[in-house]
Design a protein around this ligand. Structure first.
Ligand code: SAH
Length: 338
């Protein structure tokens, strides 16, 4: 698959063919700057090289099977080559267009509040299937995506190699050219991969789905906490901050009557004290299959104030798409249940 090739992969490919390495840059230019959909349109590439490329690579993308439009948000359902479905959501911000990309078909992390995990993981997405989500949305709306967040269906660190390859491809200045600082990987806390990610020294943002300030509560909400405890996660985060000098985001979904009281806020503040981090409070997207309810806005603000008073950097995530099926996994689940 041509969209799964890093620039270096293509350079090596051409070197092995006895061609100039520079051809790789030309191919990237056709694919990602000029956006052609066939090798035949690559008019500065010799005929015999085109034939070889056709022999060795396919040039296909997933297909859009459903699109929902909300206020400043577009939700897409894609069908993959093997008939599986994944989703992406585009959010229009004042600072740019941010695409929330899926990394797996389903998810095995089993977080109690999450729609994606109701359907178990069928397989990992390949890098080209993640690249394809970006290309399709850009084409469909005739826009440029400026930010990418790996917060769609799946756990990116459970598909580490493909995700890193995907980041390499979209980050290339010769291709889609999305800056590392505009890319965010979100994980439920697969600790060994946090270390590996830190060692990669990329300037890509890291977000941790924390959602609870103590192990007792977190283990009830997130199965992964039985394997990697909060302390392990925090140690990994400290390592990441040391290595990269980047600030880390802690995501905290506000669940009514569960993790939204004053005691939780104080505990969270003391857990994160002194860390180069900030908390993103997320209004819960209610879904019909799961019983959790969203915290009232007033209560979110009370929680926010407590964190602020305790000198924790905190923001409240703007709510997108509650009028459509924007909770990750909702579209796919309804498609699969048809
Ligand atoms: N597996 C990764 C990335 C995918 S989930 C992770 O856990 O971080 C992206 C974010 O959306 C996570 O913080 C997740 O906890 C959150 N999320 C899941 N279901 C949600 C819902 N219904 N409403 C709001 N956020 C949700």
């Amino acid at each position: 698959m041509i969209y799964g090739q890093t620039l270096e992969d293509l350079e090596n490919y051409f070197t092995l063919l006895g061609e100039k390495k520079f051809k790789a840059v030309q191919i990237y230019d056709w694919l990602y700057k000029k956006r052609v959909n066939s090798f035949d349109e690559m008019s500065n590439i010799k005929k015999d090289v085109i034939l070889k490329l056709k022999e060795d690579f396919e040039i296909s993308k997933p297909t859009i099977v459903q699109k929902q439009i909300g206020d400043d948000v577009y939700k897409y359902l894609f069908e993959l080559d093997d008939g599986n479905f994944v989703e992406a959501a585009l959010m229009i911000h004042d600072y740019g267009n941010s695409l929330c990309v899926s990394s797996q078909v389903g998810c095995n992390m089993g977080c109690a509040f999450c729609e994606s995990g109701r359907l178990k993981k069928k397989r990992n997405l390949e890098a080209f299937e993640m690249v394809g989500q970006i290309l399709l949305v850009e084409e469909d709306l005739n826009i440029r995506i400026s930010h990418v967040v790996l917060m769609g269906i799946g756990e990116p660190f459970d598909n580490y190699d493909n995700v890193m390859k995907f980041i390499n491809i979209i980050n290339s200045g010769k291709g889609i050219d999305i800056g590392a600082r505009h890319i965010t990987v979100s994980t439920c806390g697969i600790v060994p991969k946090i270390y590996e990610f830190a060692d990669s020294k990329l300037q890509v943002n890291l977000a941790i789905s924390l959602h609870a300030p103590n192990d007792e509560l977190r283990s009830k909400l997130m199965k992964i906490n039985k394997v990697y405890k909060i302390d392990d996660v925090i140690k990994g985060v400290k390592y990441y901050i040391d290595k990269t000098n980047r600030r880390v985001t802690f995501e905290y979904i506000m669940l009514k009557g569960i993790n939204d009281n004053k005691k939780c806020a104080l505990e969270l503040a003391s857990l994160l004290k002194g860390l180069n981090a900030y908390v993103n409070l997320i209004p819960y997207n209610e879904t019909s299959h799961i019983d959790f309810k969203k915290t009232s806005n007033d209560n979110v603000m009370r929680f926010y104030d407590i964190l602020k008073k305790n000198k924790i950097n905190v923001t409240v995530r703007r709510e997108f798409g509650s009028e459509i099926s924007a909770a990750c996994g909702q579209l796919r689940a309804s498609q699969e249940e048809k």
